[in-house]
Design a protein around this ligand. Sequence first.
Ligand SMILES: NC(=O)c1ccc[n+]([C@@H]2O[C@H](COP(=O)([O-])OP(=O)(O)OC[C@H]3O[C@@H](n4cnc5c(N)ncnc54)[C@H](O)[C@@H]3O)[C@@H](O)[C@H]2O)c1
Length: 251
Amino acid sequence: MTCENKIVIVTGAASGMGLATTRLLRDQGATVYAVDRQEVALHAACAACGAIPSVVDITSSRACDELVARVVEEQGRLDGIANFAGVLKRTGILDCSDEEFDFVMETNVKGCFYLCRAAARVMVAQGAGSIVNISSIWSDVAAPGVLAYCVSKGAVSQITRSAALDLAGTGVRVNEVRPGETKTPMLASERGRALTPEEIDGKLQQIAATIPEQRLAEPEEIAAAALFLLSDASSYMQGASITVDGAYTAC
Ligand SMILES: NC(=O)c1ccc[n+]([C@@H]2O[C@H](COP(=O)([O-])OP(=O)(O)OC[C@H]3O[C@@H](n4cnc5c(N)ncnc54)[C@H](O)[C@@H]3O)[C@@H](O)[C@H]2O)c1
């Protein structure tokens, strides 16, 4: 299970799971194009691990195409992409605004689609490649107060399965990691205001108590699953989902 010498794009690389995956891939000897819209944090992350920073807003179809074209121009190929970039709005059916719904769809659904399509076109021509999407435990079951997010993650799972069927037999694989509650800035977010460190601690402890394993996932534990799907060790996995949730969805 190695990604040594692979050329990989990781989105959402300035924070949380995308950052952990970027570091793990670099430790493994992969060349990583680290993508995020947060310029300062991205450059700091890349300086620390030797990834190549690429400031891109994945809600732009053209920017996604240009990103993939740049990698192929510079490296001659693209072996893998891990689509971690995502957003969450804590709003439900009564209070979710049009803008909030669109914002979540633009990033989580359209951004994922743009990058899957751009990568797939290159990878099919190569006859090889691995696309890894990041859905959520909220892909299949819902949660209260995060309507647009649940809808968007259900769509990510369908992008994964549909693309896998479209690409089966081409040498290109499409799979997803389905994380549970993971210790990242996204999990500690609240609508309309920043939480104090004490509030964040309290909130994370509350969430951890609802998980059979009685703790949150570390971003590195999600990165390990992404690494497996990017590597040749998962060569017969196609259209599949790896759930990493401390048994949350087992009950
Ligand atoms: N944290 C959790 O508990 C959890 C659980 C299940 C799934 N997920 C999913 O895992 C993925 C990673 O989440 P995380 O918890 O590490 O979140 P995070 O907020 O720590 O990191 C997300 C990163 O995506 C970037 N991003 C957002 N929109 C972007 C855009 N339009 N263009 C480029 N970059 C953009 C952000 O700048 C940020 O650096 C997300 O898709 C999220 O939905 C998270």
